[in-house]
Design a protein around this ligand. Sequence first.
Ligand code: UD1
Length: 430
Amino acid sequence: MEQYIIKGGIPLHGEVEIGGAKNAALAILAAANMTNETVYIDNLPDVRDINALLEAMEGIGTRIERVDRHAVKVNGSSVENFIVESESMKKIRASYYLLGALLGKYKKAQVPLPGGCNIGSRPIDQHLKGFKAMGARTRVEHGFVIAEAETLHGAHIFLDMVSVGATINIMMAAVMAEGNTTIENAAKEPHVVDVANFLNSMGAKIKGAGTDVIRIRGVASLHKTEYSIIPDQIEAGTFMFAAAVTGGDIVLHNVIPKHLEATSSKLMELGCQVHEYDDAVRVVAPSRLQGTHVKTMPYPGFPTDMQPQMAVSLAIAEGTSIVTESIFENRFRYVDELARMGASVKVEGNVAVISGVDRFTGARVSAPDLRAGAALVIAGLAAEGITIVDDIYYIERGYENLDLKFQGLGAKIEKVASEKEIQKFRLKVG
Ligand code: UD1
């Protein structure tokens, strides 16, 4: 089992390159199966979730050619099995994107019930409601979700809640359905727009992605394309908060500042300066962060995936802050771990009341999920002394080379796999 070991207390300085958006890439890779021609995709992050999906795609017969670490060629013409069975798929939430893609193209799909982070109940009723409205039959059997149809037809679908996954999945299924589909109360996240742009570059007719009404005119087939995935706004935000909590000054390259507005505005409330450039942002931390309040909301609101990183910042800010989680009910599981580092946080339902402390002290903590794990790493970067973060498997689902990128900003952090390596690190950092 690997861990991160961190000697904290060093302000981060320098420049960091942000990778492609994991959550956009997962849907885009699934959608690449929808044409029989070869699709080239780059700016792909090299993270566990992506590699699990690629493995599952090979399992159903997709031909994948790795061009380099961040680029692949995908050919879905040889898909001959609509049952996705890979063990690794059960662990990732986005396995369900193969449901929309395969149902859309072949009118048939069977995918393991989605896994992923344990941050709440995470049902997929809205996905299934959309498929049914288009004429599909759906059922859950022996841990699989099965969807099939003779033909799919356009439909008018009103989502009961704003769901990124349901919006993208219905959009994929509708692209080759007969007639027109309208999705109302659609999610507006940048990766919804990215998936729509990708599908349109393959010949789909999708309008309105990025607003709450998406209209899709069905087409008979899709064709090849070359596509570059958008930068990861959550990876970027994680580095921005890392600069804030360590009292640092960093520049992030390969970002779309517009996608970071909710994060930037909270950093400014914390007292940071945020400078925006064409495809870069610079974050300069104050000598002491100021407390504030935050509530997670669908885009363009403050992202739930940045909530733990924001809470870590508030936990060493001056004053009392309130964090309200309105998307996932189980997203404060890191609070006990943060308390080991000296934080003072009280959770009541979906609200956390945080009394800022002067500093964190290093401790041994364990990552409860992907984003909370990253938040504990940035807490470790700010803490006095040594922090060890266990269960970094979760973190590596969504962050490529997190340790190396922080090292590039001057942090003392290493990935270790044994007590001996931990001792070696301790001796080295003194
Ligand atoms: C995606 C992201 C995840 C992010 C989340 C919210 C991926 C792979 N994951 O997850 O990182 O935290 O968006 O921005 O892109 N819901 C239902 N029924 C449904 C679908 C959703 O009740 O059929 C509920 C969920 O339980 C949740 C809310 O709707 O409370 C939003 O979930 P959704 O936007 O669907 O999240 P995911 O697509 O799973």
